[in-house]
Ligand binder design. Structure first.
Ligand code: HEC
Ligand code: HEC
Length: 321
């Protein structure tokens, strides 16, 4: 064999061994750990906060943590995110062992903002993080988790450990998915007297409509949402509970491919009850009916979306009968 060829083969052989080794390391290491942020907070569990927290949890946590058998937030298998592996949401009732009864308020806040659990375990994007939600809304969610609301009453049902796919392990190990930094400054409440500002807060920072309604989760800018690719132009490919593909729709005000011809009333009906204009079939999971939004909040989202740059992007609504 020629010397040059031998060297090439050796190099290729070496590379294969290296890749195999790297794969073995990634598989073995699993999802990396990080240092959890120490947050020192003392949250008052007022009734107003518990009520606001229950409302937020109905829109932000219920779809993944509610269990049909126990009727509580004991978690379930997330059959809609199989691309990430065999993923189970956890028991987040106040049960001391099965749930989060032993977590401090600071540990909960740190985890919900950054994605790192008290033991350092990082949770990839199959659980969204509340990077920008106001401190007051965050306190409300914690007050709710501590309350005697039926959803979070102590219940011992446990879920199996997650078994993330190789891709998830790989992407977390190269740092493509990693914890968010803890906010440096306090995050105030939005100005609710200004509909556009109020709607912007809900659509970007509280309920994060843009995260699903832009082009691709991987191309979102979670720190500056408006820089996300195809901002509100839809086309993000997701899965329903049976694992069948479903795309998010264009909700910019483009008249042909978006919702530019909708009235404010039609918009409110669609997002609160999943009902579409002109007798079209209703909206399907993972678009949940945001029935706990007040009409003022739903109209504020509409006012804000009217200010979003229009994108022409026709997304086919497949499989809706
Ligand atoms: C898209 C699905 C999804 C949504 C929405 C979601 N979670 Fe989770 N959550 C998960 C998954 C999956 C895990 C398990 C991750 C793991 O252990 O690796 C989890 C884990 C947790 C844990 C850690 C529990 C433990 O014992 O380790 C807490 C606390 C939690 N979620 C709270 C919340 C709260 C509060 C909300 C709403 C503000 C919420 N989650 C919304 C999917 C979700
Ligand atoms: C978890 C992902 C997700 C989130 C978060 C989400 N949506 Fe959706 N949305 C979808 C999907 C998927 C569809 C398409 C449903 C279908 O085809 O039946 C949809 C459809 C819609 C439609 C119907 C558009 C049309 O042309 O028929 C509107 C309006 C809408 N969403 C607004 C919102 C608003 C406002 C928010 C935030 C309060 C939001 N969505 C949050 C996934 C999401």
């Amino acid at each position: 064999m020629k010397k040059g060829l031998k060297v090439v083969l050796l190099v290729i052989g070496g590379l294969i061994v290296l890749v195999a080794l790297a794969a073995a390391v990634v598989s073995f290491r699993g999802i990396p750990k990080y240092e959890a942020k120490k947050v020192d907070v003392k949250i008052e569990y007022t009734q107003a906060r518990i009520d606001n927290g229950a409302k937020l949890a109905s829109m932000l946590c219920r779809s993944c943590h509610y269990n049909e058998q126990t009727h509580r937030f004991t978690g379930r298998e997330l059959t809609e995110v199989t691309q990430f592996g065999k993923i189970y949401s956890k028991n987040i009732t106040s049960h001391a062992d099965a749930g989060i009864g032993k977590w401090t308020d600071g540990e909960l806040v740190a985890f919900l903002r950054t994605g790192t659990k008290p033991n350092g375990q990082y949770v990839p994007p199959y659980m969204p993080k509340l990077v920008h939600i106001s401190d007051e809304d965050m306190s409300s969610i914690i007050a709710f988790l501590r309350s005697d609301n039926e959803w979070v009453k102590a219940e011992p049902t446990k879920q199996p450990e997650c078994d993330p796919s190789f891709l998830t392990k790989f992407l977390t190990n190269i740092g493509a998915f990693k914890p968010f930094d803890y906010p440096e400054k306090p995050i105030p409440q939005p100005d609710t007297t200004n509909p556009v500002k109020h709607g912007e807060y809900i659509a970007l920072y509280q309920l994060e409509c843009y995260a699903c309604h832009s082009k691709d989760f991987a191309k979102n800018d979670y720190l500056v949402p408006s820089k996300s690719e195809g901002f509100f132009g839809g086309g993000n490919k997701m899965f329903d509970m049976e694992g069948k593909p479903i795309s998010t729709l264009n909700i910019t005000m483009d008249k042909r491919t978006g919702i530019g011809n909708w009235t404010e009333e039609e918009f409110v009906k669609a997002i609160k009850f999943g009902q579409l204009p002109a007798n079209q079939p209703g909206l399907r999971y993972p678009m949940i009916p945001y029935s706990n939004l007040t009409d003022k909040e739903a109209r504020a989202i509409y006012a804000y979306i009217k200010t979003v740059p229009v994108i022409e992007n026709a997304v086919e609504r497949k499989g809706a009968e």
